[in-house]
Write a protein that binds this ligand. Structure first.
Ligand code: FAD
Length: 455
């Protein structure tokens, strides 16, 4: 019987394992997970800390028992510590017994995910400085709040996880300072849209320090007491790192599986690595950006699930392809929804595009209809063709998911002019007659027409 070994039991790994087994019931599928949970929604962790979600079990889509009932051989608390590509076997440590075993494979899926970035700053190893990635991480923050009753938290980094954690800590009654090195939070947006996010964060009561780098951590009796920044010392009883994720590629790299220019594992569209019979999916791989045509490392669950499914199909003899990404993402802080797709101005310039941008402000419903919320939509278009390269939205409830229609415009290479006259839905309680995205696209098209590129 052919054997598939899967390393990692969350979104990508469990999707791959489950799909392969469903399509080929005769396949022997062994899934190694070093932690204590499978198929958990890491995306829900900030809401667990905030107590919006009551119980960690609520975040689990499939337990090890359910995976086993579906025919998978799931080994929890087992860490793969080496891959021998020549002998086609993995070396695995059983963390409970500290025994090492080996397991042979015909196909191997590497789905080792990513880890929060922890720069080697002075004092970073003292207690009370946590990243968030797993249920135990959320439990640890929860336990600190319950047991030590911290009053002041510092969130390091103003990306979406930093934002979500800042709000969670506010919910738990802490005062929160957020430190961000850039001049605006949410570096995946242009600075003008990031400034709107800054206003939203501050309106919640977060002390937001922009243009401020963290230099180290002070501690007393081994516990963090302050975060040292270029802007002085910030008192802290708890610090949460939100500096982004780094793909877990050491295992693959040590085995000789090629790593791509973004620092994540390189695969083709079938999610096959450069090594025959070795596949990879999720946060540990890089994806093709459909606009810049460059490999990018974008750690999102939306990609991990799809890529896992593609791998599972292909291992079982199918012919699935992951079509790439356009960098669509969404989050919410307080009542403010923040979304983006495609390339922002900086990314577009780095990819060699000359661009025009247009900003429109409007409402989520007809302007007179109760509950209409303000939103701003920015469209970035290619100067020579008018093609929509990217878009960003910041606004009140119901604003954010409007990014999806723009994401499809970017995905298909639609022009701003065509988008501005496209057939989008309208009724006063749910939308204005002119969607703000259509107005932004029309303004972008106008800017293109007024400023044609002379090649
Ligand atoms: P992971 O979830 O990291 O799973 C990898 C698994 O492999 C882990 O369980 C790990 O223990 C295991 N593992 C690693 N190495 C080994 C080894 N050597 N041996 C055995 N097991 C190993 N994405 C979105 O799209 N939208 C969101 O709103 C969103 N919010 C998020 C909020 C937070 C706080 C976080 C942390 C992430 C969020 N994400 C979100 C990202 C999303 O959770 C990840 O993209 C997704 O979990 C990636 O799945 P994965 O299977 O590739 O990696």
């Amino acid at each position: 019987m052919a054997r598939l070994v899967v390393i990692g039991g969350d979104a990508a790994g469990a999707s791959a394992a489950g799909r392969a087994k469903r399509l080929d019931p005769d396949l022997d599928v062994v899934m190694f997970e070093r932690g204590g949970h499978t198929s958990y929604a890491a995306c829900g962790l900030p809401y667990l800390v905030a107590e919006t979600v009551d119980d960690a079990q609520d975040l689990i889509a499939r337990t090890p028992t359910e995976h086993r009932a579906a025919g998978l051989d799931v080994r929890m608390g087992h860490e793969v510590v080496g891959i021998d590509l020549e002998a086609r076997r993995v070396e695995v440590r059983d963390l409970a017994s500290d025994r090492t075993i080996t397991e042979g494979f015909d196909d191997l899926v590497i789905a080792t995910g990513a880890s929060p970035i922890r720069p080697p700053l002075e004092g970073i190893d003292c207690s009370g400085i946590l990243g968030i990635r797993s249920i135990p991480d959320a439990d640890a923050i929860d336990a600190i709040i319950d047991d030590r009753h911290p009053e002041r938290a510092v969130v390091v980094g103003g990306g979406y996880i930093g934002l979500e954690m800042a709000e969670a800590l506010l919910e738990r009654g802490l005062t929160v300072t957020m430190v961000e090195m850039q001049d605006a939070p949410m570096a995946t947006l242009d600075a003008d849209m990031g400034a709107r996010v800054a206003d939203a964060i501050r309106s919640l009561g977060v002390d937001l320090r922009l243009g401020t780098g963290v230099e180290g951590f002070e501690a007393a009796d081994g516990w963090v007491t302050a975060v040292a920044t270029g802007d002085g010392e910030l008192p802290a009883d708890l610090a949460v790192m939100g500096l982004g994720m780094r793909p877990n590629v050491a295992l693959a790299a040590d085995a000789g599986v090629p790593i791509g220019p973004s620092g994540a594992i390189a695969t083709d569209a079938r999610m096959a690595t450069r090594v025959e019979g070795v596949w990879a999916a999720g946060d540990c791989v890089e994806s093709l950006h459909r606009v810049s045509h460059r490999p990018v490392s974008i750690a999102l669950g939306t990609h991990a699930n799809k890529q896992g499914r593609v791998v599972g199909t292909n291992v079982a003899g199918g012919a699935a392809r992951f079509p790439g990404v356009v960098g669509t993402a969404i989050t919410r802080v307080g009542a403010t929804e923040i979304a983006r797709t495609g390339l922002n101005e900086t990314e577009a310039a780095a990819a060699g595009f000359a661009t025009v941008s247009a900003l429109a402000e409007g409402h989520t419903r007809a302007f007179y209809y109760p509950g209409a919320e303000e939103l701003a939509v920015k469209v970035v278009a290619e100067r020579s063709t008018g093609r929509i390269l990217g878009a960003q939205i910041v606004g009140g409830p119901e604003a954010g998911k409007r990014i999806d229609v723009l994401a499809l415009a970017v995905w298909t290479g639609m022009g701003a002019e065509e988008f501005s006259m496209s057939d989008l839905s309208y009724a006063p309680p749910v939308a204005p007659v002119w969607e703000t995205s259509m107005i932004a696209a029309r303004l972008a098209a106008k800017a293109v027409a007024a400023d044609p590129v002379q090649d």
